[in-house]
Ligand binder design. Structure first.
Ligand SMILES: *Cc1c(COP(=O)(O)O)cnc(C)c1O
Length: 356
């Protein structure tokens, strides 16, 4: 560390990404919640050689076409949408510019909330989740800071019903609620339907998980016109060209291909249900995950750290978080049906070895 680094950043512990193993045929990578299926074939069609030549020019800073496509998909106006370089960028904008009173979020949630709160020095009011990892909205009744909630939550996978989000919005109309819906396409009803009723709501989406575009870095925020214009203002105080040309095309094509999107997400949900049943049958505790990952652990015969290590010996990468309350759990992304059947078979073998 040099003597020039800002003290806020000196005190921040940066994000530790999941291991990025060299891709090879016998590696099963289930540690970063990526989609096991490729993006829509329309994405490949959209990236023409003319578009590659056009990389000589800056991209459209207003993201006009992508915004119009997303607006049509959600049935909202273009003035209700702001695009980000991944939803992480939009979340960073919210911590930076939309939390003047500070921030609040659960103790067990997406790790970046804590990192942004430290890096931007937006002190956090941490609200513990309940014993069963659930979020109880009455615990937020007295919270005045901008609230960040992942729904479904990560890494617990638990989904909060839309009626609960609405009750949270009504608790305090002068408090902003940011709902991070990274996994909503695998879960239930979205809060997007509420953006024109509540001017204290911002919904954040990503194309990294359900749209198979983690490598394109695309996220978007939906909210009332005023909050969105604030976000655009923040974006133009940072980098108006943060969304590159090829990603704009990829995102537009992916959103338009609804049939492909629905087929992929249905396969993932089906494989998730298979995986949950199989892990419970093997004696693991698995939360009621509504995501493209499961949180499982608390096995009577194997600790999470040993299980993680034994999987890695077999080239299966899952995520272990050295985080209070889930020290005995691992998070496993949902791969293809074939990959998950392999993980189950390897796990059965590991458990048999433990018993021997
Ligand atoms: C994956 C994830 C993100 C980040 O998504 P990007 O769009 O890839 O930056 C944000 N929030 C949660 C809860 C996530 O799990």
């Amino acid at each position: 560390m040099s003597r020039f680094l800002h003290p806020d950043l000196q005190k921040t512990t940066p994000y530790t990404p999941g291991i990025h193993p060299p891709s090879s045929a016998d590696t099963i990578k289930l540690n970063t919640n990526e989609n096991p299926y490729p993006p829509s074939p329309m994405v490949q069609k959209a990236i023409t050689s003319d578009e590659i030549d056009a990389l000589a020019k800056y991209p459209d800073p207003s993201c006009t076409e992508l915004i119009a496509t997303i607006a049509a998909y959600h049935g909202v106006g273009s003035e209700n949408i702001c695009i980000g370089n991944g939803s992480d960028e939009l979340l960073a904008f919210c911590f930076w510019g939309l939390a003047p009173q500070g921030t609040a979020f659960p103790d067990l949630t997406y790790g970046f909330y804590n990192i942004f709160s430290q890096a931007y020095n937006r002190p956090a009011h941490i609200v513990p989740v309940r014993e069963d990892f659930s979020i109880a909205i009455e615990d937020y009744a007295s919270v005045t800071q901008t609230i960040f909630l992942a729904n479904p939550n990560a890494p617990t996978g638990l989904y909060l019903a839309l009626s609960q989000i609405e009750a949270l919005l009504q608790q305090r109309p002068d408090r902003l609620i940011i709902v991070d819906e990274a996994y909503i396409d695998f879960a239930g009803e979205s809060a997007v339907s509420l953006i024109n009723t509540y001017d204290n709501l911002l919904v954040i989406r990503t194309m990294s998980k359900s749209r198979s575009l983690a490598g394109a870095r695309l996220g978007y925020a939906l909210g009332c016109k005023d909050i969105i214009s604030d976000l655009q203002r923040i974006r133009f105080c940072f980098n108006p060209y943060s969304i590159n040309r090829l990603s704009l095309l990829a995102g537009t094509a992916a959103i338009k291909d609804e049939a492909y999107f629905n087929a992929c997400r249905e396969k993932i949900i089906e494989t998730r249900e298979y995986t949950i049943q199989a892990f419970r049958a093997m004696g693991f505790h698995v939360t009621d995950c509504k995501t493209n990952f499961i949180l499982c652990g608390a096995h009577p015969e194997i600790s999470a750290t040993l299980y993680d290590e034994k999987l890695r010996e077999q080239n299966i990468f899952v995520r272990y978080f050295p985080v209070d309350r889930i020290l005995d759990y691992v998070r496993i992304s949902i791969g293809t049906q074939k990959e998950m059947e392999q993980v189950v078979a390897v796990t059965q073998k590991i458990l048999r070895e433990m018993q021997a």
